[in-house]
Structure formats: C-alpha cells, structure tokens
Design a protein around this ligand. Structure first.
Ligand code: SOE
Length: 385
C-alpha cells in the first residue's frame, strides 16, 4: 500500500501532455506501492476558466493563472512543467532555485543555451537534495526498458547500427491549421525537437551509446498554414517557421552508426516510433504502434529456425508489468506516464538522481542543435559538443 505521506504536485500547463501527466500522477499510487503519495494540489494555466475546467476533469485541487504561485508556495514539493518549450527554462530554473523538485516535458528547452542553464540549475539544486527529471516517457514502456536490459545483458552482442524513425502524419493536409507547434518562437523547432528528441533519447538509452557527430537536413514541406478558425484562404495563412521533417545520420561512440528520421508528413503513420538495433549476435526491433511487442533476432538459433521472434512484453517478469494485469492484458501509451511518475516519486523518496536527468536532456538538445547547424551547412558532419 502506498504510504499516506504526501508529495504535493503543481503542474504548469494543461494541454495534451497535461492530460497524460495528470493520468500518471493519479494512477501511479493506485497500482504501485509508493514511498510518498502524489497529491494533485495545483494546476496552473493562463486562461482561468479553461484551467478550472481541466482541473475539474483531471482532479486537481486548486488552480492559478500564475506559474510563480507553484514556485513560491511553501506547500508545493514538485513542479511539473508541460508548457510549450519557450517557457521551460524560466519556470524550471525558478522552481529549482526555490527548492522544488522538477519534472519537465521534452525537449528540455528550445535552445542549447536554455537547456544548459536548466542543467546547471539542476546540478546546483542536487547539492541541496532537490531532483530534476526530463520527461522522455518512452523509456518507461515495458518493451523499451526490456530492450535496454537485453542489450546491457549482451543478448545482441556488440551494437553496430541503429535505425530510428518517428513518423506522424497530422500535417499531411496542407490546410491543417497553424498552431504553436509550428512556430519557432514557441516550439524552437518542429519535427526535429518534438519527435527527433524522442528517438535520439531512446536510441541512446537502449544502446547505452551516445551520439558524437551528426549530418542532417531539415525541411518545411508546407510553408504556410491557415490560422485557426479561418477557411484556409491565401490571405488568412501564416508562415510555418519550423521543420516538418528532419533526416539525419549520426556517429555514436565506439563506432556505432545511426540513421534518424522525424516526420509529421509520413502519410498513414500515426505515432510510429520505430527502433531497430543491429548487433554482432542479434538484433532488436520496436514499433510504438505495437507497443506491447519487441522483436528479437538471435544469430545463435539453429539456421532452420532463424528469424525475428515476437516477444509479447506482458509477463510479470518484464519491467513494470507485475503491478498491472495478468500476462497478455496489454498496456498503452498512458502507462509510460504512470511509470514516469512512479520512478520520480521513488527517486525523490530515496534521495537519488532520477533518470533521465536535466544533463541527459541537455545532451539530447546538443544533438538537436548539431543537426540544425549541420542542416545550415548543407549537411556537413557537425560535432555534438
Ligand atoms: C505530438 O507530436 C506529440 O504529442 C509529442 O509532442 C509527444 O512528445 C509524443 O509523445 C506524441 O506526439
């Protein structure tokens, strides 16, 4: 049974990620035996009535229209940031300086400079026992954690190549409306930061190797979009100031080679984060559109039985699964957010550094920055640091 000792959460922002994080905080103490009980104390948003409606829907006790309240209130322990990237740094640094633990959605920031300021603040705060975590939630699916464990156990031998793609198609329609995600001042970048950040983190997490240099290209395939509420006529369109698609190759440490694609224009793919890792003794494949499965190829199998084996990652022996349902009773997208809340609560209670840290978030930001710089120089190889 989860203890009654509370951990009081304030969440800043209440869009799609706000719903996912709310679900994480709400459900984690019901399925996992946690050392602290998350209390959904305060929801912050700019528009009072919309914030109030979200708070009622998801079960937050109080609302505010000023994020500073989350940072200054004595009775708040954790600040959870799910706003667009442009405000991450200001809120996170203020919260850490005020002694609040921080969970921040990915990408950590819109620029390397902002991410560095956040990682520096997190390092200073760690000296005072204050924790900071970046929200790369896909690390916390049973299949991806299992993939990492298999690689670490040597099941595929030496990692040689990584193929990573994150494909969505919500911008295929040239008249899909303008939103903050398509504006550089709010989102920093487009598919690169939104989707590329996930595959960079997941590829590095699963393989245990880090990207050292990249060569990339970015493209905005539909340069203008109708403003919301308009019918798409030429005069009512605004410029898209971020990329719709990002392609890059990368060299990891130890000579591992990788290819990456992040696209919002991948017609027919809804949320296909696909990872394939080729090793000297085997290979692994994962696809988020089938997130309960992991494909494993073992070169040691008899020649007449070789082929990818489909592992259904729902056994109690698999990561996180024993807290849920009997084998074969699938988990979904939202469970990653429950596991994220659980892991953060446990790290806070134990006084240990949660992963991925802000330093990890900064390193991913450096990779994204290097891809952008490479794209500006016609794809020339660009060091990450
Ligand atoms: C939208 O592209 C989005 O919600 C991302 O921002 C999330 O990080 C990803 O998990 C799903 O797609």
């Amino acid at each position: 049974m989860t203890t009654e000792k509370p951990l009081r959460i304030a969440m800043v922002g209440h869009g799609c990620m706000g719903a996912a994080h709310s679900q994480g905080w709400r459900v984690a103490p019901r399925f996992f035996d946690l050392p602290l009980r998350p209390e959904m104390a305060l929801l912050v948003g700019r528009d009072a009535s919309r914030t109030e409606a979200s708070a009622q829907q998801w079960g937050w006790a109080e609302v505010s229209t000023d994020w500073r309240e989350a940072v200054t209130r004595e009775d708040i322990d954790v600040v959870d940031i799910v706003t667009p990237g442009a405000s991450h740094a200001e809120i996170a640094v203020a919260a850490l300086e005020a002694g609040k633990h921080v969970l921040c959605e990915k990408p950590l920031a819109n620029t390397v400079e902002e991410a560095r300021a956040m990682a520096d603040a997190a390092e200073r705060a760690a000296g005072r026992g204050v924790r900071a975590m970046t929200g790369f939630t896909y690390r916390r699916l049973p299949a991806t954690t299992h993939a990492r464990n298999l690689v670490a156990d040597g099941a595929i031998g030496t990692v040689r190549q990584v193929r990573a793609r994150y494909l969505q198609d919500w911008l295929v329609d040239a008249d899909a409306p303008m939103s903050w995600r398509l504006q550089q001042e709010h989102a920093g970048s487009g598919a690169l930061g939104d989707l590329g950040a996930h595959i960079v983190d997941l590829a590095q997490y699963v393989t245990g190797h880090h990207l050292t240099e990249v060569s990339g290209t970015l493209q905005t395939l539909v340069p203008t979009r109708p403003l919301p509420g308009n019918d798409g006529g030429a005069a009512e369109r605004a410029s898209v100031t971020v990329d719709d698609a990002a392609l890059f190759t990368g060299r990891f440490d130890d000579g591992v080679l990788g290819t990456f694609e992040a696209s919002r224009m991948a017609t027919g793919s809804k949320n296909a984060l696909q990872l394939e890792i080729s090793g000297s003794l085997g290979a692994l494949r994962f696809d988020l559109e089938n997130l309960n499965y992991l494909d494993f190829y073992d070169t040691a199998a008899a020649p007449d039985r070789q082929g990818f084996t489909r592992i259904m990652v729902t056994e109690p022996e698999h990561p996180y699964v024993s807290a849920w349902w009997p084998a074969g009773h699938s988990l979904g997208y939202e469970h990653g957010f429950v596991h994220q809340a659980k892991d953060l609560v446990e790290a806070i209670a134990a006084g240990t550094q949660p992963a991925p840290s802000f330093a990890d978030g900064l390193q991913v930001q450096e990779v994204l920055g290097a891809v952008s710089r490479s794209a500006d120089k016609a794809g020339s190889w660009t060091p990450v640091r």
